[in-house]
Design a protein around this ligand. Structure first.
Ligand code: NI
Ligand code: MN
Length: 227
């Protein structure tokens, strides 16, 4: 049994009994955050790209918890320079952290770090194998055809997909992403944090469940889903 908890925006924790993976921590300055960064417990932090709404609290949480940050090499190097414990990988590679095996996959988006938009390599998505389940966190992508490959290569139990549009896929493209990825469940994310990314998760749910065999689980920040 794996618990997926939504902390708002693109931030989730995924827990298998005693160990927890934290993805894209953006809790300070996030109007919808369900938790303060100083109370999050984690054993591993994954960051899909350098934008502040994904990497924002990674270094402070890593420093407090001693959890390593796993991301692409260039962004990992930037975070290491700020004092974080890092594991720098790259697309196609994976790392076995004992309780979870994580693969870095492609994502069509951009990446930079800090106010000067320093180079941070390419953005990514993750396939996280934990507690016998396979969970995909898409990051911030456009709809891209290689999602079909990710869906064919991994028997996904859950996909976490953005639906807010403006910076990422909207609900219509995310519905096609569900067709490509073929997960058992999809959880929408990256919407309603700001006015530009306003979306209706129930409209997305209706589209997904009428066009695919996937079940859509809508979580409010702070709510969790067991799979
Ligand atoms: Ni982004
Ligand atoms: Mn974003």
């Amino acid at each position: 049994m794996v618990k997926i908890r939504y902390l708002g925006h693109a931030c989730f924790t995924i827990s298998d009994r005693d160990k927890t993976v934290l993805i894209d921590p953006f809790l300070s300055n996030n109007p919808l955050a369900a938790q303060k960064p100083d109370s999050v417990k984690t054993d591993l932090i994954l960051v899909t790209h350098g934008h502040f709404d994904h990497s924002g609290d990674a270094v402070t949480i890593s420093s407090r918890t001693s959890a390593p940050i796993y991301t692409t090499f260039e962004l990992a190097s930037r975070l290491e320079a700020l004092g974080a414990k890092i594991v720098g990988g790259n697309h196609g590679g994976s790392n076995d952290f004992g309780f979870a095996k994580v693969k870095i996959c492609w994502a069509v988006h951009s990446s930079s770090f800090g106010e000067r938009l320093d180079y941070a390599g390419n953005p990514c998505s993750f396939v996280i194998d934990i507690g016998g389940k396979s969970i995909y966190h898409a990051g911030d992508p456009d709809l891209f055809g290689d999602m079909k490959i990710i869906g064919e290569r991994h028997k996904l139990d859950v996909a976490l997909l953005p639906i807010g549009g403006f910076f990422t896929m909207d609900e219509d493209d995310a519905t096609v992403a569900v067709e490509y990825l073929k997960p058992k469940f999809v959880i929408p994310m990256h919407y309603n944090t700001w006015p530009q990314i306003k979306a209706d998760p129930l409209s997305f749910k209706r589209k997904v469940e009428s066009k695919t065999n996937t079940k859509c689980v809508v979580l409010k920040p702070g709510e969790e889903f067991e799979v």
